[in-house]
Design a protein around this ligand. Structure first.
Ligand code: HSE
Length: 435
């Protein structure tokens, strides 16, 4: 029976999960593949740690280069993370003719264009299903299942930590800080949780999704990114009363020859299935011209769900190898020569519905002045709510608007913020889908 040799760089949570799956499900994988996947080497700086796995003699090593330079290893799994040493190892492995599987969304978002070019030149594959959405087969779905579709949009919850925090505040009244601490304890928050909270982790994933959905280069820097740190329990409670949930949504759409790509807290109606995705789960809705709307849902992080995505990538590469094929499915879903550089629309140009909250001194004329400014900017108010309850001498005023242009609402909010009767900067949350 044919044998394909695997080397793992990094035995952290995901690397360990992959080793476990390769060893524990070896018979099943062989039965499906018609060849044996052999874990030949696994490198980590910590060789003492008990990972609950019985590695064969000689598999564990502290020397990453002995994996990359082993002529018998066919596929290298980069599970180190970060953008420095991981990149060096990937480049060297590609130059040595190895195929790569990586979960490194930050690296692909920043250097993916070059790495994919290099891989194509060397005739090897970089597979990256575990980099986005854990076990959810979002890459494979866009690249293979929807290969004949013109993709219209992809919207989703791609960060388990943020979803966990927002769900805990919404459903259990837990504070932001306590919910974050629990997410860190559960192990799905990034080592630096500001990457989660401020939306950058989601941006890495959206940059990859936009590229494969629309055949454009990976473009992280132009994505609009706003995290959840300014969302308050008051906004969540108000949204709930109006029939909305607040989620950190990653949204990408193709608008003619441009792409919309943005991440921000978003109010979505209870009727949107994404509103019921709770805890650390991820979910994505996609639209395609043939399929209409479809949805994926599952664990976006964690040892075995992410390992599952990596092992499926290994098996795809192994199948190519067994049939003498070379990157049969294009890495970025389009042939390299057909990948364009579509611009990302500035956030100022988007049109959507808005929720805004002001902290105002409760006196005559405040509301009429606010609505006057909104009117000057062509913003039509859908509803206004003011509650008696005072907070530090101010009352909260909540407004929902009809569709408006972002640039106009931003200008209006700047003028409203300058009013003597308005304290603190207003809160703005974009709404996707009217009730
Ligand atoms: N920190 C990420 C999350 C892990 O919370 O979803 C998976 O990328």
């Amino acid at each position: 029976m044919k044998q394909i040799n695997i080397g793992i760089l990094g035995l952290g949570t995901v690397g360990t999960g992959i080793a476990k799956m390769l060893l524990e499900n070896a018979d099943l994988i062989t039965a499906r593949l018609g060849a044996r996947l052999v874990l030949k080497k696994a490198a980590d700086i910590d060789l003492e740690k008990d990972r609950g796995i019985r590695f064969d003699h000689g598999v564990l090593t502290a020397d990453a280069l002995s994996v990359i330079n082993d002529p018998e290893i066919d596929i290298v799994l980069e599970m180190i993370g970060g953008e420095t040493i991981a990149k060096e190892f990937i480049v060297q492995a590609i130059n040595n003719g190895k195929h790569i599987v990586t979960a490194n969304k930050a690296l692909l978002a920043s250097s993916g264009n070059d790495l994919f070019q290099l891989a194509a030149k060397k005739g090897v594959t970089i597979a990256f299903e575990p980099s986005v959405g854990g076990c959810m087969p979002i890459i494979k779905t866009i690249r293979e299942s929807l290969a004949g579709n013109r993709i219209g949009s992809v919207s989703g919850i791609l960060n388990g930590t943020c979803n966990y925090i927002l769900s805990k505040i919404t459903n259990e009244g837990v504070s932001f800080e306590d919910a974050l601490a629990e997410a860190q304890k559960e192990g799905f928050a990034e080592a630096d949780p500001t990457l989660d909270i401020e939306g950058l982790d989601t941006a890495h994933k959206l940059a990859i999704i936009s590229a494969i959905a629309f055949g454009t280069k990976i473009n992280l820097k132009d994505i609009y990114v706003e995290g959840i740190s300014r969302v308050t329990a008051m906004d969540i409670a108000f949204a709930d009363q109006c029939g909305y949930r607040i989620k950190l949504l990653a949204i990408t759409k193709q608008n003619g020859d441009a792409v919309e790509a943005r991440i921000h807290p978003t109010m979505i109606p209870f009727t949107n299935p994404l509103s019921n995705v709770n805890g650390s789960l991820n979910a994505v809705t996609l639209t395609g011209d043939a399929v209409g709307e479809m949805m994926l849902y599952g664990h976006g992080a964690g040892m075995m769900p992410t390992a599952s995505a990596a092992v499926s990538d290994i098996m795809d590469i192994a199948r190519d190898m067994l049939f003498g094929a070379r990157t049969r499915v294009p890495m970025l879903s389009f042939q390299m020569e057909n990948i364009r550089q579509l611009p990302i629309q500035p956030i100022d140009d988007i049109c959507t519905y808005y929720y805004v909250r002001f902290s105002a001194i409760d006196q005559p004329g405040v509301l009429s002045k606010i609505s006057g400014i909104l009117g000057e900017h062509n913003i039509s108010i859908k509803s206004v709510h003011q509650y008696e309850q005072k907070l530090n001498g101010t009352v909260p005023i909540f407004m929902l608007t009809h569709q408006a242009r972002e640039a106009e609402i931003q200008k209006a909010l700047e003028k409203i913020s300058a009013m003597d009767t308005i304290m603190n900067s207003p809160t703005l949350i974009r709404i996707e889908g009217e009730l």
